[in-house]
Design a protein around this ligand. Structure first.
Ligand SMILES: Nc1ncnc2c1ncn2[C@@H]1O[C@H](COP(=O)(O)OP(=O)(O)OP(=O)(O)O)[C@@H](O)[C@H]1O
Length: 274
């Protein structure tokens, strides 16, 4: 990746400057290992997730993409047998530090799952729930404005504005996934993790969500797990290739798809394995 100018700081970090192609690091994994009981699923992974970019995690089934993604908002904490070692930071702060409030972390690092999973409540309540429990709205009017803003941000407002009190589960699959994205952005996250967000959607709904992801990167940092090489190529600026729990390589997406350094990446993207 070409960098025009880069400025170093006393603490060793570097940040992007105007005209640069480089983006600052938002989340950084160093020597990350993940175990399920005795079985190791991630081996010594070092991976930066850069601000206001989409980073795609690709690789054959079982290579650890979802496991790594879940480390980034400590969703793995909910799996009893799971143990994470190494250092994962957000804005330089260790997200596994005992002083970290995990609920707050998960508001800052939101997640959208493979299967749309709206709450069995109204469209309005699906979006307003997070802001209410995090105390983000001071009045009913505030809350309504936030719901509208989030639904607009997810490209869903025009389709649902006249049926906000209807159940979220009554929407189409693609609309439900955008509702889940609205729910995620309603709490003003900094990072959004997406675990195969289009795998349950038809091609039209997929195209709409992909377009939305491209818009969302103006305001959010995104990491997405995908099985679709076309999707990784379409939506991401950086791609990380995993195999058997190892990070094979990471580079800007164009390079990864045209001139990868590693044979395993070449073989995977050309469909020779996986
Ligand atoms: N809850 C769990 N308990 C035990 N082992 C698990 C658990 N979740 C994942 N694993 C194991 O960890 C390894 C990595 O799985 P993971 O789901 O992260 O891979 P993946 O690349 O996301 O796969 P896929 O593309 O099929 O979703 C696999 O061997 C899997 O069996």
């Amino acid at each position: 990746m070409k960098v025009d100018t880069q400025q170093g700081f006393a603490d060793g970090t570097a940040t992007a400057v105007a005209g640069s192609n480089e983006f600052p690091v938002k989340m950084d994994g160093k020597n990350v290992n993940v175990f399920y009981g005795d079985k190791q699923a991630i081996f010594d992974v070092n991976l930066e997730i850069r601000e206001r970019q989409v980073t795609a995690l690709i690789g054959p089934s079982g290579c650890g993409k979802s496991t790594y993604l879940r480390c980034l908002n400590r969703m793995n904490d909910t799996i009893e047998s799971c143990r994470v070692t190494g250092l994962i930071t957000m804005d330089g702060e260790d997200i596994y530090d005992p002083s970290i409030d995990v609920v707050e972390l998960r508001a800052r690092v939101g997640m959208v799952f493979q299967k749309p999973n709206p709450f069995p409540k109204s469209i309005f309540e699906n979006v307003s729930y997070g802001p209410r429990i995090h105390g983000l709205a001071r009045s009913k009017a505030d809350l309504e404005a936030l719901v509208e803003q989030s639904l607009r941000g997810a490209g869903l407002w025009d389709e649902v504005k006249d049926r906000l009190q209807e159940p979220g589960t009554g929407l189409s699959g693609g609309q439900q996934q955008r509702l889940c994205i609205a729910r995620a952005i309603a709490v003003s996250p900094e990072v959004i993790l997406m675990d195969e967000p289009c795998s349950a959607l038809d091609p039209i709904a997929t195209a709409i969500v992909e377009e939305l992801i491209d818009e969302l990167r103006q305001n959010y940092t995104i990491a997405i797990v995908t099985h679709s090489m076309q999707q990784a190529a379409r939506v991401s600026q950086r791609t990380a290739m995993f195999h058997l729990g190892e990070l094979v390589e990471v580079d800007d997406t164009e390079t990864m798809f045209t001139n990868p350094s590693e044979k395993r990446t070449q073989d995977y993207i050309t469909g020779r394995f996986g």
